[in-house]
Design a protein around this ligand. Structure first.
Ligand code: NAP
Length: 555
């Protein structure tokens, strides 16, 4: 079957397509940066196709109450690689910006850099097929457009495809229900209502205190507790903003060299080799400081050694017992698995919320949800009557949003088929059999284990340099070799196996989605190490890739 026949059969018709140099899917941080970089630095004709009604990506969809960033706002924004006014003219109000502020920022960037003229909103991409003969990606949208380009870049976000567990009876529920990842734009008023929140991940930890403040009663359906670190949010002062703005070039340099893309000072001492009293002080200081620095700045063996990690687990247990008055509730809220093997949420009054008379913690680990009834939620031991249900049940992370598009490479092979046993990538950026396709913050890249914006910029810039190199050298087809891909997959798995991540069920290992391959999805070797790998590949003429000119590809 020819590529054209396959395309015709699957709905990607080549009739009068629009043509560009690059098509980017998604207009969140990644899509906006890609558009800026490819258009302004490389002079390419770029088209960005975005499903949402505005730019923003994650920050467009996740508008649930309490949504804010767990990375500090002054570091969770575009860097000094953008025009200087982007960093200098925008001023963040709080240590962790709320979702409306981040969305306003992204809208402002889009306007300021005149990005909107190359973005199509309300344009969901349904299929992207590589046509080998023409060396183009042919992209179909839900509203019937066909767009072609030699380069196809996915910027679909790691956490986009919402996971709604298949509970029996939801369709008969007589109240209102919402998933946090697709929240009504007009907001939801929970005043005086009985609300059930399913889930206690980073999202729920933000939602629950907000809803508890207005609802008549909140029932929190918890399967697994998390190690929640105090965020210690506060307003930023004009003095500290000015100081940060002055120092941005240095700060960015530091973040680019940090394993997580943060301006942290990674610990150099071991928890086990530190005397207990001193160890406690280290944890206390990190607890008081608040924020994700806790994960890097305490000890260097927490991610590798279970005994070391237990010291952190014990510290959290103590803290939770100090805050939560009911010892049974405190115990239920205390994780028993290694710290850092699930993404630790930042909390803003989360534990205190369980001291409120209008909040009940329901342990669905011992008494699982059996069904949704017309009146509420039925667990193995009773029914909870509810007016509203909030599903804070997370995402089919890292692969879900990619598989939602019918992506097909050489020979019509679909990405979903090719990754049936788990993602296979070279550098998390490319995959064999899918020439000229680049995945921004894909599986097997550091992505969700880092400050996303720093990872995004690294990826976009690497892709940009690669396309430039190809143009300079007369190449127009680039494809990861099967061997290079295998060696990256092996390296990725080997580094992952040195950590404790596979010991715990988490979305990082795909355990939240029934039937999903249980393996570590993000690259755990660190953004600094990863960056060096990528730089080396580029410096050695794109080692591990087969580069061709189209004439040669046809030969
Ligand atoms: P999540 O971490 O996957 O949490 C989903 C929650 O739903 C978990 O508590 C899970 O329990 C529970 N759940 C799922 N299926 C269930 C079922 N059938 N029955 C009972 N409980 C069920 O998702 P999330 O909270 O949306 O967070 C995902 C990621 O998004 C975070 O880890 C973070 O990276 C990112 N995020 C970032 C921010 C930020 O920076 N501002 C905020 C929110 C989220 P189990 O743990 O037992 O599976």
């Amino acid at each position: 079957m020819t590529a054209a026949t396959q395309n015709a059969q699957s709905g990607v018709h080549p009739a009068s397509p629009e043509r560009y140099d690059v098509v980017v899917v998604g207009a969140g941080f990644a899509g906006l940066y890609a558009l800026y970089w490819f258009r302004e630095k490389l002079g390419l004709r770029v088209r960005v196709l975005e499903k949402g009604g505005d730019v923003g990506g994650t920050w467009y969809w996740n508008r649930y109450p309490g949504a804010r960033c767990d990375s500090e706002s002054v570091y969770y924004c575009f860097s000094d690689h953008m025009p200087p006014e982007i960093l200098q003219e925008w001023t963040w109000s709080e240590r962790y910006a709320r979702q409306p502020e981040i969305l306003a920022y992204l809208r402002w960037v889009a306007d300021k850099l005149d990005l909107r003229r190359d973005i199509d909103l309300n344009t969901a991409v349904t299929a992207a097929h590589y046509d080998e003969n023409a060396n183009v990606w042919r992209i179909a949208t839900a509203n019937g457009r066909i767009v072609e380009a030699p380069y196809f870049v996915t910027a679909v976000g790691c956490l986009h495809a919402a996971h709604l567990p298949q509970f029996e009876g939801l369709e008969r529920f007589q109240g209102r229900w919402y998933h946090t990842a697709d929240w009504p734009e007009e907001g939801v008023d929970f005043t005086g209502r009985r609300v059930g929140v399913i889930g206690t991940g980073a999202t729920a930890v933000q939602v629950i205190p907000e809803v508890a403040g207005v609802a008549e009663h909140v029932y929190v359906f918890q399967r697994t507790p998390n190690h929640c670190i105090p965020g210690r949010n506060r307003r930023l002062t004009p003095e500290e903003i000015a100081e940060i703005k002055r120092n941005y070039p240095k700060i960015w340099q530091k973040m680019r060299q940090n394993r997580g893309g943060f301006p942290f000072d990674p610990a150099t001492r071991s928890a086990l080799e530190t005397p207990p009293e001193e160890r406690r002080q280290v944890y206390e200081r990190a607890w008081e400081k608040g924020g994700l620095a806790f994960t890097q700045e305490c000890f260097n063996d927490l991610g590798l050694n279970e005994e070391a990690n237990r010291t952190a687990v014990e510290f959290f247990a103590e803290k939770i017992r100090e805050i939560v008055r009911d010892p049974n509730v405190a115990d239920l809220l205390t994780p028993k698995y290694p710290f850092g093997t699930k993404r630790p949420p930042l909390e803003h009054g989360y534990y205190e919320t369980f001291n409120r008379p209008n909040v009940t913690l329901v342990d669905v680990r011992t008494s699982p949800i059996v069904r949704i009834t017309p009146r509420g939620i039925e667990t193995a031991d009773r029914e909870y009557e509810l007016d509203d249900i909030v599903f804070a049940t997370g995402f089919d992370a890292m692969t879900g949003a990619l598989f939602a598009i019918d992506i097909r490479g050489r020979g019509g092979v679909s990405l979903k088929e090719y990754w049936a046993e788990g993602p296979r990538t070279y550098l998390g950026l490319t995959t064999h059999g899918f020439p000229n396709m680049f995945i921004i913050t894909g599986p097997q890249s550091p992505s969700v284990l880092t400050n996303m914006v720093v990872s995004i910029e690294q990826h976009v810039e690497w892709i940009g340099a690669c396309i430039e190199y190809m143009r300079e050298h007369g190449y127009d087809v680039i494809e990861a070799t099967a061997e290079a891909e295998q060696s990256w997959v092996d390296h990725h798995n080997q580094v992952a196996s040195m950590t404790l991540l596979l010991k715990t069920d988490s979305w990082w290992v795909g355990a939240n989605i029934p039937g999903k391959q249980r393996l570590v999805y993000p690259y755990v070797g660190g953004l600094d190490v990863y960056r060096a790998f990528c730089d080396n590949v580029a410096a050695t003429g794109y080692q591990g890739f087969r580069l061709q000119s189209r004439a040669a590809a046809h030969a």
